[in-house]
Design a protein around this ligand. Structure first.
Ligand code: PLP
Length: 358
């Protein structure tokens, strides 16, 4: 183990997907694999989910779609951003489904479909309260409804802004608006639920669900115990062990002092690998069941741990330390970093090698 490595348990991804599908009463559940499956590897995750029966995959950008398409020639790929200016030909050529977020995009894709029989169905995205991206509910006037009805479209999407808080009244407000939209567009298959919304009553889900974070072991709910399986294990090579022969400081700025006899373990991982520097002094590393407090500042390529509580024999045999695992999960790191699990995973940099287990 000569470099920092992110081990991705694809069986755990599939187990999490099946858990969510079960919450959706076994009905169609797709997968959000944008940002390289939240940093874990979109190709590998998508292949594992195809085997499990997943049929639709969502990414954020055309370039993410093209990366997937290059390896997976037949799957259904939807792009949340939709076809931006001058991208339309790529959508047609690579058989990619755009999400329609603006009236202009609706008109453009309608024209394109008219001229190109092979241009695929679009998804219609209504912004029901997020105020971020999508058609406004007020856009659903007669001429626009006619345009949507003449479009080859399959999905009617929305995105809940507060689903991670199951008690938020915004969930019902958005759902009520979508019920009105459904009445105007009854021919479309509805697609509403992100991970968190799987825990709302089934009627909130729509026909097809669209989870992301929970597939990757992130707890989708704000105030509930985590139910998802841990997917990611991040390890770093042990570069050096030292024993302090006197009371001394560790690291840049001499921010930490340890007594004589303390054992310091230096691991080859730092903020250039995605370990947040703001987490200095608050992280742990693990060798088996031994929990090692991180000491001194997280630096670009190295992080130090106090290994004084680890028996010498175990220390001498260890070649790596775990920073993210079932003992310090992505949700724990999110609390330590003072951010969300999404950012913990997507900030693990490309310098970290990815390994997959099934
Ligand atoms: C439009 C849309 N749908 C679904 C998802 C998946 O959400 P989550 O990762 O919370 O399950 C996202 C993620 O940000 C999104 O932007």
């Amino acid at each position: 183990m000569s470099q920092a490595t992110l081990n991705v348990d694809l069986d755990a991804v599939v187990a999490n997907w099946k858990f969510l599908k079960n919450l959706h009463n076994g009905k169609q559940t797709s997968a959000v694999v944008k940002a390289d499956s939240y940093g874990l590897g979109a190709i590998q995750v998508t292949k594992a989910l195809i085997k499990a029966g997943c049929e639709r995959f969502f990414v954020a950008t055309l370039s993410e779609a093209l990366d997937l398409r290059a390896k997976l020639p037949t799957i259904k790929i939807y792009v949340f951003q939709g076809a931006l200016k001058d991208e339309e030909a790529e959508y047609i050529h690579h058989h990619i489904h755009p999400v329609i977020n603006t009236i202009q995009a609706l008109k453009t894709w309608l024209k394109i479909q008219h001229e190109n029989p092979t241009a695929l169905e679009a998804a219609i995205h209504i912004d029901s309260g997020m105020n971020r991206l999508g058609l406004n509910f007020s856009d659903l006037n007669e001429p626009n409804l006619q345009a949507i009805k003449s479009l080859r479209a399959d999905l009617l999407m929305t995105h809940y802004a507060s689903a991670s808080d199951l008690d938020s009244p915004q969930n019902a407000a958005q759902f009520d608006l979508m019920q009105q939209a459904e009445q105007m567009l009854p021919h479309l298959t509805t697609c509403y639920a992100n991970s968190a919304a799987h825990f709302l009553p089934a009627k909130y889900h729509g026909d097809v669900t669209r989870p992301g974070c929970a597939l990757y072991g992130i707890n989708p709910l704000d105030n509930a115990a985590d139910m998802m399986q841990n997917v990611a294990t991040l390890t770093a090579p042990i570069l050096q062990l030292r024993t302090l022969d006197k009371h001394e400081t560790v690291g840049y700025g001499a921010t930490e002092t340890l007594p004589a006899g303390s054992k310091i373990l230096t691991a080859g991982i730092g903020y250039a690998d995605g370990i947040h520097r703001t987490a200095s002094h608050r992280l742990y590393g693990f060798i088996g069941d031994y929990k090692l407090p991180q000491i001194g500042r997280v630096t670009m390529d190295m992080t130090c741990y106090d290994a004084s509580n680890v028996p010498e024999k175990i220390l001498q045999q260890a070649t790596y330390i775990e920073i993210l695992n079932h003992q310090q999960t992505v949700n724990d790191l999110a609390r330590i970093y003072k951010t969300i699990g999404y950012e913990v995973l997507t900030s693990i940099s490309q310098r970290v090698k990815r390994k997959y287990t099934k």
